[in-house]
Write a protein that binds this ligand. Sequence first.
Ligand code: ATP
Ligand code: HSE
Length: 356
Amino acid sequence: MSERSFTISVPATSANIGPGFDVVGLSLSLYLTLKVTITPPTQSTPPRPPVLTYTGEGADEVPLDAYKNLTTRVALYLLRCHDIPKFPTNVSIHVDNEIPFGRGLGSSGAAVIAGVLLGNELGQLNLPQTRLLDFALMVERHPDNVTAALVGGFVGSYLRELDQAATEAASVPLSEVLPEYPPDAGEDWGLDPPQPPLGIGHYVRFGWSKSIRAVAIIPRFELSTATAREVLPLEYSRKDLVFNLQRLAVLTTALAQEPPDPELIYEAMKDRIHQPYRKTLIPGLPEVTSRITPETHPGLLGICLSGAGPTILALATDGYEKIAEDARAIFREKGIEVDWKVLTVVGGSSVKKTEV
Ligand SMILES: Nc1ncnc2c1ncn2[C@@H]1O[C@H](COP(=O)(O)OP(=O)(O)OP(=O)(O)O)[C@@H](O)[C@H]1O
Ligand SMILES: N[C@@H](CCO)C(=O)O
């Protein structure tokens, strides 16, 4: 057996794009990259657990213990589901991350997709993309970020309605899907891992106008998706649902048209399902989304919360700096500092074998 080496690359994502709560996602040009080397054990190099090193966003907070780190725990989940009880020996993983944590740019979705791809490679499982998505959806249960991170582009997805047995299989607590593995437990993890039902997630890729860039205005504070979901109601009025459905139906085609129509898109990126409730967690959100318009900022198409926030996503064909700097000034009135980046819409995740 010879040394194997490969690189996994997963893009950032922005979910919702206004009205498409838990439905649409967009892959963006910031990357989580894993460089992985597997060295066969020799008599002089005894087997050891994976060694993780990490640079970039989150480096000061991410666990480097492979049994605690989200990406490697997801990889181990895949291996265990295929009767491989532990990591191969002598795996080295260097992670470099450009996706800020807890900002609404899909950092956790990227970590989960990286873990699924890592498990697939470590176990040489050769799973098809649809099956990889099933595993990701057992961990991150809304499909918008993980689907866009895996397949790339502007993507709409839904979860298949499952029969009783499959619903139970898919509803197991996350702690059973991804237990906090005690490092001294050897191979004896106890429970059989819950297998994902087949074909949970389904998606379609929409067109995307090449002239549109995404300005990500990123407040310098983290907001966990869990917290940002707790403020949402369980039920909505018919009026609000119809408001969102009308806009989403228009938006998915409007963003593919050349040239894109700001009048159509600005209104189609409005939302009544999640943004109004999240404004309590993101001071400045209503002001930024209402004061920056195509009339005040030529080139702007539409503006919304990115994922669960706090990042604001402005889609535009021009005028990126003015949009971002004016958003910065509004946030500053609320005592919040931001960073901003102009991003492009990119393809999905990749795994490239590297020569050693
Ligand atoms: N590269 C990574 N490696 C390990 N853990 C990560 C990584 N990226 C994110 N995480 C975990 O995910 C958490 C952030 O997830 P969360 O869902 O709250 O935000 P997000 O995914 O950045 O935002 P959103 O889902 O709204 O786009 C981090 O605090 C960290 O625990
Ligand atoms: N659709 C999700 C995306 C966050 O990951 C939400 O808005 O909560």
